[in-house]
Ligand binder design. Structure first.
Ligand code: SF4
Ligand code: SF4
Length: 175
């Protein structure tokens, strides 16, 4: 394995006298800002978009947001087995399991259900492992790709929001 000679590296990156002055860095930063300003204001070179009037095109390989599914009888497919939570490499899924009582038995196929199911989109890397790991076909990354939000709470996907995204109470298989 190679070694790095720290003394040589430091000598190579030795700052010139003018670089040691704060004014040099401040001036350099202002110059970069000015360049971007002129480019954006007069040369139509803005790198930002006027959202939501204009939208960036997503790659065709982008999977989309998570949605949760119900079965043919309208019952939630998720049985709170925790497989998706354990496999998630970004630690983005939080589930709290609940026991199915007689009052809600018609909404759930087994004796456990996800009382709380949240996905933190600020952590998610859209790898799709949760979809692959789910033994019940309850979660898919087939929702819309719209992710703009002006606060952190809107970037937490709840079970209710994911059910809405998947389009109503009774859902069929993934298209
Ligand atoms: S897509 Fe990947 S990172 Fe995102 S919640 Fe699923 S397993 Fe976690
Ligand atoms: S979404 Fe699927 S993998 Fe995740 S807890 Fe529910 S049933 Fe298990």
């Amino acid at each position: 394995m190679g070694t790095v000679n720290v003394v040589n590296v430091a000598a190579k990156h030795k700052l010139a006298w003018y670089q040691k002055l704060y004014f040099y860095s401040i001036g350099n930063g202002l110059w970069i800002t000015l360049k971007h300003f002129v480019k954006a204001a007069f040369l139509k070179g803005a790198v930002t978009l006027e959202f939501p009037e204009k939208r960036r095109k997503y790659s065709s390989r982008f999977r989309g947001m998570h949605s949760m599914k119900r079965d043919e009888q309208g019952r939630e497919r998720c049985t709170s087995c925790f497989c998706c939570m354990w496999i998630c490499p970004a630690d983005a899924i939080h589930i709290e399991a609940g026991l199915v009582t007689p009052e809600i038995q018609h909404l759930h196929p087994e004796d456990k259900y996800a009382k709380k199911f949240e996905i933190d989109l600020l952590r998610c890397i859209f790898c799709g492992l949760c979809e692959e790991a789910c033994p019940k076909g309850a979660i898919y990354l087939d929702g819309p790709a719209e992710m703009a939000a002006d606060n952190r709470e809107d970037l937490i996907l709840t079970k209710e929001r994911m059910m809405e995204k998947s389009g109503g109470p009774i859902l069929g298989e993934r298209k």
